[in-house]
Structures are given as structure tokens and as C-alpha cells.
Design a protein around this ligand. Sequence first.
Ligand SMILES: C[S@@+](CC[C@H](N)C(=O)[O-])C[C@H]1O[C@@H](n2cnc3c(N)ncnc32)[C@H](O)[C@@H]1O
Length: 212
Amino acid sequence: MTEPTAQPPLRQAALPTHTLKGHQPRGSLEFLRGFVRNPAQVGSITPSSRYLEQRLVRNARISEARTVVELGPGTGGTTAAFLQAMSPSAQLLAIELDGYFYQHLRGAITDPRFGLELGSAQYLIDYLLARRMRAPDAIVSGIPFSTMPPLVSQRVAAAVARVLRPGGRFVAYQVRAHVADFVSPHLGPPDKEWEVVNMPPVRVFTWVKPAR
Ligand SMILES: C[S@@+](CC[C@H](N)C(=O)[O-])C[C@H]1O[C@@H](n2cnc3c(N)ncnc32)[C@H](O)[C@@H]1O
């Protein structure tokens, strides 16, 4: 499988500098359209539930983070939950591979703390460097490690382990357990939980990068 829209960072997404719009940008219909377009890449027919969003916020300690990265924001339900929990001075960079979701997010989220890149999570390091962002305290991922090309999964896992600050957290939610095969060689064994109030129920893996 190839990643047709994956590009190294050529430019930064120019986002409006207002706050989050009044409506929640969950976009369930838009999400379903995305799944029909590319089931293996999107990996789910519905956006994450509120229960899963709040579990991710807690496990990643989003409210204490200064720099947060989201891999695979989709239509932005999880993104909005992170922004709501984040401190006013924190920053969130989201990386989305799907061009339609990217356009949707650009219109839906106008929070000045939010940055967005169109491309693959495997270029995480380049995006952070291009924006001169500090090492993330938290990285949250919904990208489907079980259906991505193994080389892409390996690159994403290595990049996450490299850029995360010591003591920082990587939280990944997946139906299947493949993500652990790619990440554990770098960050050790994860904490594992299920979030059953989600369609479908998902595993939530949490890694803490060892302090130096
Ligand atoms: C299961 S959806 C999660 C969407 C949203 N975060 C949620 O929880 O509702 C996975 C998302 O990851 C995106 N994605 C898949 N592979 C990716 C990659 N290599 N880099 C960035 N995004 C990717 C898909 O386009 C999709 O938006």
C-alpha cells in the first residue's frame, strides 16, 4: 500500500488565528465518507467516542503538557478534546494524511494553539523542526498500525521514540495490538487498557519514555 498524499514538509499550513469554533468538529458523516474512500487508512467507520477522548486526555496527561502532537486527527473530535484540556500557553500539532480531512480541519478549528500538517506521521521529526517546536510532552496516535505498510509503521515508531521528551507519554488507540510490536522495541512494555464505550471497542496503549 502506498501513501499518495504523504509529502515531506514543504510549507506550514496557514491557519486562521481565532479560537475553536462554537460547534464541535466531530463530522461523523465526513468521517464515514473518509472510511469509504480509504478504509485501510482511516481504520474506523465512526470518530472516537467522548469516553475514548477523555481516556486519551487522562492517559497522555494533556492538561500538563506544553507541546502535544496528534497523529491522525481525522475530523477533529479528539483534537477538540485535547485543545479543551490544554493550558492556554500549550501548542498542538496535528498531522493528517487525508486531504479531505485536512481541509475539513482547517475550516473547523481556528484555535491559535493549533497547527496542522498534511502528510504522513513518518515525517514527524521534519514537521517539528520546520516549526521550531520543542520536544513533545505527549503524542497521541489513532493511525492504524495494523494496516499501514510495515516500513511506515517502523518509521513512525522510531520517530515518536526519538522526539518525545524523556518522561513524555505516547498514547495509541487501536482495535488490534500491532502498534506494540513496533513501539515496544523503542519504549519498552506499555500499559494496556480497553475502552469499551466506543464503536468499535479499542485497546489503549500508554508508554512513558524513560528519563535519561
Ligand atoms: C481511526 S482514525 C482517527 C481519527 C480521530 N483521531 C478520531 O479518533 O476520531 C485514523 C486517522 O489517521 C489518519 N492516518 C492514517 N495513516 C496516517 C499517517 N501515516 N499519517 C497521518 N495520518 C494518518 C487517517 O486518515 C485517519 O484520519
